[in-house]
Write a protein that binds this ligand. Structure first.
Ligand code: NAP
Ligand code: MG
Length: 499
């Protein structure tokens, strides 16, 4: 097959005419207010499209439709095999339209086309298939009782699920939420991030084409303070699953407390450590993983390995290799297949990342690589991959989530100090550990307080493992794996006295 080039992708992108309306009760609709807002291409700074600006009224219509569909049983009571068939068809349709989905994601988000085609879209399809396949393989339970009682423990869909989403992995995180929610028989109302609505809207069209009944899958585009808050406060939403910042995550706990005590599941940020002990032998392999950990998705990754905690004996050699490796992560036009680092999501976020770089300098850390905005003449929001050496764990750049391609290097004397520094954070989402010592690998993996510890790689594992945070990185449940279903199911005890 011919390798696609920048001009192929540019030509294909120019042909896309994205749908920009909300999707409510099986139909594309404008916001009831008639308002729209601009979504921009972060690689050019130019407007891509005007998207429906839904608010509380639209959310209410969507939630009512979702409730009606749920109570009718059209999806919630559909035989598991039939539900599975529709979701598998949905996945097939995503596969059919995968090039368009990848391009839309790149245009709206600024991530490299090579990532969208090899990770975001295929992994999302796999996620949908994985949860669909689980539908008719999950059993309920019978508890041990005396012979005159039958005690069934059954799990039922919770009802109407709201999903409020971030902009960094628009398709993928949407899928982490709606695939298990739909698998369980729930109805869903999705509010994508305002910067990246287009792929969620496209997914709604595919869901309908696959046969997901009207009202079961709704997408309400708009702003957090209006549409997002309306979902959080709605008296008829049973569960909100949120991924985003800790600040907004806290709002959802408050919204729930002030409304109907809906279930709230939060996936929040991180300041994840990558620990390198001085026994590692393959420095290049370690450097490749560390670079991926902080540069994949421009560092706009909640599980980014943003603190490199390295033992003194290996530090200089590792940084030497790492600096060279960073140079191979080309920043460029996201539609160019060799680009590895795309654009920051928006100008304000780029400026935030740059202000952290200033704070690092002012705090006394030393820039080893990068440190500046780049490709300014494109109009896009690009930042150079950046390494700060001489970071102390109490500096702002070691404590706060930068959400950009900025690595903070902290030197430690031994494994014990590495663990202490790694755990000295409010977060606990992910972590990586590099060592050739099997004994230390086991001990340190247990000692790190994080939802994921990857050893000798940067990874969140595959679809089979749960993903979520310790401490202030998460609340209420886990995405991915079979545990993700728990978020959207509730447990009922049926105790039957026999005569
Ligand atoms: P964000 O500002 O928290 O926004 C997330 C979502 O919440 C968006 O849809 C947003 O709408 C909405 N929102 C904003 N204010 C709201 C309010 N007052 N009430 C209700 N909803 C509101 O986060 P972001 O900027 O999209 O993403 C970056 C952050 O997400 C980072 O801190 C990152 O660590 C975290 N993140 C975590 C994970 C994880 O799995 N743990 C994954 C990805 C990202 P608008 O789009 O209109 O603002
Ligand atoms: Mg955009």
């Amino acid at each position: 097959m011919k390798e696609l080039t920048l001009s192929d992708f540019t030509a294909a992108a120019a042909k896309i005419k994205p749908e920009t309306r909300a999707f409510i009760d099986g139909e594309f609709v404008p916001a009831r207010s008639g308002k729209t807002f601009a979504t921009i291409n972060p690689a050019t700074g130019k407007e891509l499209a005007q998207v429906a600006e839904c608010d509380a009224d639209d959310v209410d219509v969507a939630v009512c439709a979702a409730r009606r569909a749920f109570e009718s049983g059209v999806w919630s009571a559909m035989p598991p095999k039939a539900r599975k068939k529709i979701l598998l068809r949905f996945a097939d349709l995503m596969e059919r339209d995968s090039e368009e989905l990848a391009l839309l994601e790149v245009l709206d988000n600024g991530k490299p086309i090579s990532d969208a085609r090899s990770v975001d879209v295929p992994d999302s399809i796999e996620t949908l298939r994985w949860h669909a396949e689980a539908i008719d393989k999950i059993y309920d339970q019978i508890s041990p009782t005396s012979a005159d009682v039958v005690s069934m423990i059954v799990r039922e869909p919770i009802g109407v699920v709201g999903a409020v989403l971030p902009w960094n992995f628009p398709i993928f995180v949407a899928m982490w939420k709606f695939a298990p929610a739909l698998a369980g028989g729930n109805s869903i109302v999705i509010k994508p991030a305002e910067q990246t609505s287009l792929t969620a809207i496209k997914l709604a069209a595919l869901a309908a084409e696959a046969g997901v009944p009207n009202g079961v899958f709704n997408v309400v585009t708009g702003f957090g303070e209006t549409a997002g808050q309306a979902i959080g406060r709605h008296m008829d939403v049973d569960c909100v699953s949120f991924t985003g910042s800790g600040e907004v995550g806290r709002y959802f706990l408050r919204y729930a407390a002030e409304s109907n005590i809906k279930r709230v599941v939060l996936e929040l940020g991180g300041k994840s450590p990558a620990i390198v002990l001085d026994d590692v032998s393959d420095l290049q392999a370690v450097a490749n993983q560390i670079a991926t950990g902080i540069l994949f998705c421009q560092g706009e990754n909640c599980s980014a390995g943003s603190r490199l905690i390295v033992q003194s004996g290996i530090k200089d050699r590792l940084l030497d290799t790492l600096a060279k490796t960073f140079k191979t992560w080309t920043v460029g036009n996201p539609l160019e297949p060799t680009t590895r680092v795309g654009a920051m999501i928006e100008e304000a976020h780029m400026n935030r990342v740059l202000s952290y770089i200033d704070a690092g300098r002012e705090g006394g850390a030393r820039i080893l690589v990068g440190g500046r905005r780049t490709l300014t003449d494109t109009g896009g929001f690009f930042v150079e991959p950046t390494i700060f050496d001489g970071v102390r764990n109490d500096m702002r750049i070691a404590r706060e989530e930068i959400f950009g391609p900025v690595l903070s290097v902290i030197e430690v004397a031994d494994a014990d100090e590495a663990v202490r520094v790694a755990n000295d954070t409010n977060y606990g989402l992910a972590s990586s550990l590099y060592t050739d010592n099997l004994h230390l690998a086991h001990k340190v993996a247990r000692a790190i307080k994080a939802g994921t510890v990857s050893v000798n790689c940067f990874s969140e594992g595959d679809m089979g493992v749960p993903f979520g945070g310790y401490k202030q990185s998460g609340f209420g449940g886990r995405d991915k794996g079979i545990a993700a279903h728990d978020q959207y199911l509730q447990t009922k005890a049926i105790w039957m006295q026999l005569r």
